[in-house]
Design a protein around this ligand. Structure first.
Ligand SMILES: N[C@@H](CCC(=O)N[C@@H](CS)C(=O)NCC(=O)O)C(=O)O
Length: 211
């Protein structure tokens, strides 16, 4: 399989973490594109939306959207499922996945806005996206027990979404007011699947750690 990727994408990270957690990393060649221009040139032939992640399967079919790629990888391994079988646990994992992905989406939109020339930027838009992130982090902190239990796709999505907030919106300094979520996140970031997919601008950030 070939995974079209960019280094900082939280959605690509979700797929890579899922591949590592399910022992399939060696079955995937990561095609890491060096710039948004390269993505615009190369991805549309695989995904008409032009978005990454796009996972090209060995038979030539293509899967896109991280949720679809992750569920596909989960269906291919014999270990405990990351997408629980139908029932309340599954709905909860999917809700958390949506919340984690939504945090990532809002941080991506903040990044897009901040790359516009100053005269085209909307402060109100950035504030609105920032509020989505802070409300979601508050929700996660207030229901921290929901993140306990066997590894599932909800936990992976939440960790990758928060990881992208740390990368893209470091000014948010979200941890001080949310100690439960901060502790959960730092702990989760120690998983080898998270350390080996950590990305920072050189010299800018060190991986989170409990110590
Ligand atoms: N819901 C999608 C979101 C994917 C996404 O937004 N990817 C971004 C990079 S992080 C992208 O490719 N943006 C380029 C574009 O929108 O043209 C998923 O989960 O895969």
């Amino acid at each position: 399989m070939k995974l079209y990727a960019r280094p900082a994408s939280p959605f690509v990270r979700k797929v890579r973490v899922t591949a590592l957690e399910t022992g399939q990393e060696s079955a995937i060649e990561v095609i890491m594109m060096g710039s948004p221009e390269e993505q615009r040139e190369r991805v549309p032939e695989h995904n008409p939306l032009g978005k990454i992640p796009a996972l090209v399967l060995d038979d030539g079919r293509v899967l896109y959207d991280s949720c679809v790629c992750c569920e596909y990888l989960d269906a291919r391994h014999a270990g405990p499922p990351l997408f629980p079988p139908p029932g309340p646990e599954r709905w909860e994992a999917l809700r958390l996945q949506a919340l984690g992905d939504g945090i990532g989406d809002a941080a991506v939109l903040i990044g897009v806005e901040e790359f516009r020339p100053e005269e085209h930027r909307s402060e109100g838009w950035v504030k609105g996206q920032t509020r989505k992130i802070t409300r979601s982090l508050d929700t996660l902190d207030s229901e921290i027990a929901q993140l306990d239990g066997p590894l599932n796709i909800g936990q992976i999505a939440v960790a990758c979404g928060i990881g992208y907030v740390e990368f893209r919106v470091p000014r948010l300094a979200w941890k001080a007011e949310r100690p439960g979520l901060a502790a959960w996140y730092d702990d989760f970031c120690e998983r080898p699947s998270m350390t080996s997919t950590f990305f920072a601008r050189p010299g800018n950030m060190t991986p989170p750690s409990k110590s």
